[in-house]
Ligand binder design. Structure first.
Ligand SMILES: [Zn+2]
Length: 223
């Protein structure tokens, strides 16, 4: 099954959530039941992957349904749902949230515990595609803090590292939120390789300000 770029029905959205789950697993961004994917049809109907099931086994009928006030309407939703709901409350444009455990992005937050964001000045692509990538302070999985720690970065940031835990990406479609996760891990792979080879150098100030202007023109979407 391939991706459905513009899902028309709830069943197609469910199929697309399954496609994203499988792609994340193929790309080594999830182990076992890690991670969760959600889609807001409306504030009254938010689809979210189930708790405790390995992502490769999920079927359409396993996907749970909640509302924006955390009422469970169908199934057994992920225990990390408060984080998704925080995004939907603070970012009106958010249609989809992807949370995964990308290894290099997590490793970065472990190796640089004081870093507040990725050194985006090292790569033009990062600035153009996401603007900036904050590293959100650690919160114990499943706690309210997982959601409240995101406050400061919403709705301005669509891609973030969650220190010592994982990453979160939201978008106006499932494809946008999936691509944000892919973009993040690919960029951290490049930054890590540069760090292993030597130092992480940055572009000069004038080039950085040009790139930031260009990003403004491109808009807020993750590219
Ligand atoms: Zn997690």
């Amino acid at each position: 099954m391939g991706p459905i770029f513009e899902p028309k029905s709830e069943s197609e959205i469910r199929q697309q959530i399954i496609w994203v789950s499988q792609e994340l697993r193929k790309k080594n961004m999830l182990a076992s039941a890690d991670g969760n994917i959600s889609y807001r049809i409306s504030d009254e109907r938010i689809l979210i992957t189930p708790s405790g099931l390995p992502k490769s086994f999920i079927k359409e009928k396993d996907i749970a349904v909640i509302d924006i006030n955390n009422n469970i309407l169908e199934g057994k939703p992920s225990s990390e749902r408060l984080m998704h709901l925080e995004v939907y409350k603070k970012a009106p444009l958010a249609k989809s949230v992807v949370h995964a455990h990308p290894p290099r992005s997590i490793a970065w937050s472990i190796a640089f515990p004081d870093a507040k964001e990725l050194p985006i000045g090292a790569m033009s692509e990062l600035i153009l595609a996401v603007g900036s990538v904050p590293i959100v302070s650690y919160a114990r999985p499943g706690t309210v803090e997982m959601g409240t720690n995101l406050h400061h970065y919403l709705p301005g940031n669509r891609v973030m590292i969650l220190a010592r835990h994982g990453a979160l990406s939201w978008g106006e479609s499932l494809i946008e939120s999936f691509c944000g996760m892919e973009r993040l891990e690919h960029s951290v792979e490049i930054l890590s390789a540069a760090h292993q080879l030597g130092t992480i150098s940055e572009l000069d100030e004038s080039e950085l300000s040009e790139l930031k202007k260009l990003r403004k023109q491109l808009g807020d979407k993750t590219l």
